[in-house]
Design a protein around this ligand. Structure first.
Ligand SMILES: Cc1ncc(COP(=O)(O)O)c(C=O)c1O
Length: 448
């Protein structure tokens, strides 16, 4: 595909006429419960880190379909493998007419996922489904009912995954009753720690609070699994303190609780390592994967210690579409791209530059409450005032709207909707990154 050499090329008003027509159709035919993109722009094609809309305008993509495109839009190895598979076998259902790509992917995942000892995998369709199945496996293996999750985590929108998820509006409102036996403990909030206390004291308090929670609210003996994101995604790119993560792991080990790492958003190179667990030395029993696993094809995976993965009765896991052969082929191509094209190193390099620029934004703009993150998973938290740290959702939305109008697509996150996050394809060039960050800086200056 030949695209403009300039990364950003806007030739119409935004949204353009074709986008506006599609938006009207969308509003007529698509459920209002499916969130509408704020900018109202519809897209037609993409390559690398660039997206082209239906009116021919070209944008820089800092959202990657919510973190699904670490290997880049139209990644050649992904496309080649998916197309070749599509021509051979499109669907058969692995449970009734099995095929090689499922087994090949399961083997590859077991080789690269940091679960200690022999491991096995099962494939599903979405991140939420991976989380639900991890819980089922842990319950079956332990014979225990309870699930420990963490605030403000996000684990998906299906009812059990949603019960583990923290944000009321828009995720939880009106969708109860929720699944029983799910308990959410807080992750220490080092940014909003009490005045005059150090980060270390805040973490110590957080760990003490966790132990109190296990005395007051749910007994460790009844917990099947603890589900935690090694870096929070939708929750606002919060990096849980390493000591806290390791204490959760220690408690799990002590009480026979299955430790589930939800790497749906952090996985496949986003943090500069293949998996974020590798940054903190966390050794989970089970890992949930989706998003960039297959570079955008609907596919998820649960990879875990073999004896846990073998606990469910045959037929207890699975589904009609789980581990679709084309999606599996795409995933093998995506992993090959990450491994052979140096994209983990690229994530670290992109992240270092974003870190440097975000730090300068924090110096320049008093409404930046914090610049944080790991690898290419970076965030700017916008606040009304640095003393109160009150979230500034309005200003965040204005920045995102202005950036979209200038050809840069960014996403927000966080309980307060006040965090700007980077989930760009890791194939983004230095020039593209610079162009995007310059636009973001201008937008921040405009709302100052
Ligand atoms: C950490 C995490 N877990 C689970 C999910 C749910 O994934 P899906 O939207 O594919 O169901 C998400 C989605 O953003 C996520 O970030």
């Amino acid at each position: 595909m030949v695209l403009s050499r300039e990364a950003i090329a806007i030739g119409t008003e935004l949204p353009g006429p074709r986008s506006r027509a599609l938006l009207a159709e969308r509003r007529r035919w698509v459920s209002a419960g499916v969130a509408e993109a704020r900018h109202g722009i519809f897209f037609e094609r993409a390559d690398g880190a660039r997206l082209v809309d239906v009116d021919g305008n070209q944008f820089l993509d800092f959202g990657g379909g919510i973190g699904c495109l670490n290997a880049g839009h139209s990644a050649p190895r992904v496309m080649d493998r998916a197309l070749a598979q599509l021509q051979k076998l499109q669907h058969a259902c692995f449970m009734v007419a099995p095929y090689e790509p499922y087994v090949a992917l399961a083997r590859k995942l077991c080789e690269i996922v940091p679960v200690p000892g022999p491991s096995k995998a099962a494939l599903f369709n979405s991140g939420a489904e991976a989380v639900e199945n991890a819980v089922k496996i842990a319950r079956r293996a332990t014979g225990r009912p309870a699930v420990l999750a963490f605030d403000p985590g996000f684990h998906g929108r299906t009812l059990l995954a949603l019960t583990l998820t923290s944000k009321t509006t828009p995720y939880r409102d009106g969708f109860g009753p929720f699944a029983p036996e799910v308990y959410r403990a807080p992750i220490p909030d080092t940014l909003r720690r009490p005045r005059g206390t150090s980060v270390e004291q805040c973490v110590e308090r957080g760990i003490a609070e966790l132990h109190r929670f296990l005395k007051s609210t749910v007994s460790p003996a009844s917990i099947a699994c603890a589900v935690i994101e090694p870096v929070l995604g939708e929750g606002g790119f919060i990096v849980p303190p390493r000591e806290f993560l390791l204490e959760v792991a220690r408690v799990c080990k002590q009480h026979g609780i299955v430790l589930v790492a939800d790497e749906v958003q952090t996985g496949f190179g986003r943090t500069g390592r293949m998996f974020a667990c590798q940054l903190s030395g966390l050794e989970p029993d089970i890992v949930c994967l989706a998003k960039s696993l297959s570079n955008g094809f609907p596919l998820s995976a649960v990879v875990g210690r073999a004896e846990l993965m073998d606990a469910p009765q045959p037929g207890g896991l699975g589904g009609t579409f789980g581990g679709n052969p084309v999606a599996c082929a795409a995933a093998l191509g995506a992993i090959e791209t990450l491994e052979h094209d140096g994209l983990l190193e690229r994530a670290a390099a992109l992240g270092a530059e974003v870190e440097r620029r975000f730090a300068s934004f924090a110096d320049r703009f008093p409404f930046v409450g914090e610049a944080r993150g790991v690898g290419a998973m970076r965030a700017l938290e916008l606040v009304r005032d640095r003393e109160t740290l009150e979230p500034d959702k309005q200003r965040t939305e204005r920045v995102l709207d202005l950036a979209a109008g200038r050809g840069v697509l960014l996403l927000s996150a966080g309980l307060g909707g006040n965090v700007i996050r980077t989930l760009m394809p890791l194939v983004m060039s230095d020039a593209e990154l610079d162009e995007g960050l310059c636009v973001l800086e201008k937008c921040l200056a405009e709302v100052a």
